[in-house]
Design a binder for this molecule. Structure first.
Ligand SMILES: NC(=O)c1ccc[n+]([C@@H]2O[C@H](COP(=O)([O-])OP(=O)(O)OC[C@H]3O[C@@H](n4cnc5c(N)ncnc54)[C@H](O)[C@@H]3O)[C@@H](O)[C@H]2O)c1
Length: 288
């Protein structure tokens, strides 16, 4: 049997059911492993069943309990079916991590700064005026509605029970928009705002709602923006590092301390509506 990676600290999640959307992604997988290592029954939700099942198998082979499920976070019917199946086989959901999220090439401009001379000449020079509403809609739907819908479906199972919480995944682009990624920045700002709104709305229900705002981690979804074909940093990645006081990218394992703290009511029972940056100082740095 292989071993889990060491945790920053232990919490006891025995008999808890944790649902992680986008759980087979790079950041989600680290979270699934950590939750399972603390004893939770983890359901990995993704569109690619084989990928979710591969991760579940590796967690199960390491002594945890995980199960992969195919479900689109934008499909309410599929979410409701998944929630009913989970409740009847494992029990009601105690922890929901809304990890599914991402970007779309049509929601990104090629130009950082509008240059009338070259704007729109080719994809690398696309500007605000070339942005495609289809791309914008895709990114808003995935990040915002893909957080709202699973919350609506799974929080119903949390009502009237103690120790339940929702954790959304925001981004540095929610604080101040990053150049080029107009749709993603707006959508993640909406995720942060929604986190606060829902925390207030559910404030007396016993369900805590918080978010983690990761800084920069190299994953599948930003690899092309951050790494050249030879593995060296793109100019954009170099800018990110220059704006990150710790002068490096994060490792997915570095999100786990914040995750476990937010999940454990004994540690963070009075914390709701918080958005915790895990960013090597990026959000604190003025650049001077
Ligand atoms: N990588 C970073 O530096 C970074 C920084 C800040 C925030 N984030 C956010 O963290 C979260 C995880 O990102 P990641 O970097 O691990 O990306 P990832 O692409 O590795 O993981 C995202 C997962 O979501 C799944 N997914 C996408 N659309 C879905 C849908 N409609 N239904 C169900 N599942 C769907 C994907 O299949 C994938 O497994 C995302 O919300 C992302 O926006 C990432």
């Amino acid at each position: 049997m292989t071993a889990f990676a060491p945790l920053p600290f232990d919490i006891d999640l025995k008999n808890k059911v944790a649902v992680v959307t986008g759980g087979a992604g790079v950041l989600g997988a680290a979270m699934c492993r950590a939750l399972a290592q603390c004893g939770a029954k983890v359901v990995i939700i993704g569109r690619d069943l084989a990928k979710a099942e591969r991760l579940a198998e590796s967690i199960n082979n390491t002594g945890g309990f995980a199960q992969g499920m195919s479900c689109d976070v934008l499909d309410r019917g599929a979410l409701e079916n998944a929630a009913a199946h989970i409740a009847s086989t494992l029990g009601p959901c105690d922890i929901l991590i809304n990890g599914a999220g991402g970007n779309h090439p049509k929601g990104i401009t090629g130009q950082e700064y509008f240059d009338a001379e070259t704007a729109g000449k080719d994809a690398s020079q696309s500007s605000f005026f070339d942005l495609d509403m289809e791309g914008f809609k895709f990114v808003f739907d995935l990040n915002l509605m893909g957080t709202l819908l699973p919350s609506q479906v799974f929080a119903k199972q949390m009502l009237g029970r103690s120790g339940c919480s929702i954790i959304n995944i925001s981004s540095m682009s929610a604080y101040r928009p990053l150049t080029k990624v107009a749709a993603y920045s707006g959508a993640k700002a909406a995720v942060s705002n929604f986190t606060q709104w829902l925390a207030v709305h559910l404030g007396q229900s016993g369900i805590r709602v918080n978010a983690i705002a990761p800084g920069f981690f190299i994953t599948e979804q930003n690899q092309k923006l951050m790494l050249q074909e030879d593995g060296s940093f793109t100019p954009r990645a170099q800018k990110v590092i220059a704006q990150t006081p710790m002068r490096r990218f994060g490792d997915a394992s570095e999100l786990i301390g914040a995750l476990l703290w937010l999940v454990e009511a004994k540690a963070s029972g009075f914390v709701t509506g918080a958005i915790i940056p895990v960013d090597g100082g990026f959000s604190a740095y003025a650049g001077v």
